[in-house]
Design a protein around this ligand. Structure first.
Ligand code: HEM
Ligand code: HEM
Length: 174
């Protein structure tokens, strides 16, 4: 690709896999989503405690961690979404049947939608009205379901179809 101008060479390299920034954002979001689960138990513990009981200071700290981790997820998801809209998605030699292609597009957009809706509903539940909490809770279960399908699809690509879909999100493709 020596003959390509710089920008085009970079673009061609990008099309073969996700950039290091995209991969870092993707796996950081996974890590932060894992943090959201035990920290949310602290929120529950505080709210279900007897109204006269003083909240545990450590549980209040976990509240804060849940909120900040959620806002960081929002920032990273918006960053990842921007890169996706600007550069598109890496192409594959074989993108599979239209059903597989549309399934993955639908799952990715649903994931982005949930990653944006969750911090918004969480913030409203925490600072405006707790009446939104059931919606936040429902969305968190929806996220779990879609992520499980997403992980199953990634493993199916890697072990059954033996293509580069998982590798381009782990180490990039040369
Ligand atoms: C993508 C980001 C987020 C994820 C994945 C997430 C996930 C969760 C989960 C799994 C629960 C427990 C739900 C249940 O017990 O049924 C929860 C509860 C809660 N989260 Fe989040 N959360 C996120 C962002 C936020 C943010 C930014 C805030 C506030 C600033 C927040 C505030 C709350 C509150 C107040 C609850 C308690 C709701 C209840 O007890 O029904 N969350 N969250
Ligand atoms: C062990 C867990 C996970 C694995 C193995 C995994 C794997 C992958 C792979 C292989 C891709 C690339 C798909 C492609 O190129 O067509 C991808 C993309 C994506 N993943 Fe995950 N993922 C995991 C967890 C998550 C989590 C927790 C989230 C968010 C909650 C997430 C959100 C996304 C999104 C939004 C994309 C689309 C990126 C784009 O715009 O192209 N993933 N994931």
């Amino acid at each position: 690709m020596r003959w390509l101008p710089d920008a085009a060479r970079q673009h061609a390299r990008f099309r073969a896999g996700y950039s290091v920034h995209q991969r870092a954002m993707h796996w950081t979001i996974l890590l932060l989503c894992l943090i959201q689960v035990p920290t949310s138990w602290a929120i529950r513990r505080t709210h279900l405690a007897h109204p006269a009981a003083e909240p545990e200071p450590f549980d209040l700290f976990l509240h804060e961690v849940h909120a900040w981790s959620g806002w960081l997820i929002l920032a990273l998801a918006l960053g990842q979404l921007t890169l996706r809209l600007v550069f598109g998605r890496p192409t594959s030699h074989d993108d599979g049947s239209p059903l597989v292609r549309w399934g993955s597009v639908a799952a990715h957009w649903t994931l982005y939608g949930l990653l944006i809706a969750l911090p918004i509903t969480g913030t409203v539940a925490m600072y405006v009205t707790f009446r939104v909490a059931p919606i936040h809770s429902l969305l968190s279960w929806a996220l779990l379901v879609i992520v499980l399908i997403h992980v199953a699809a990634a493993l199916w690509h890697h072990f059954y179809r033996r293509d580069d879909v998982l590798r381009r999100m782990i180490g990039g493709v040369r």
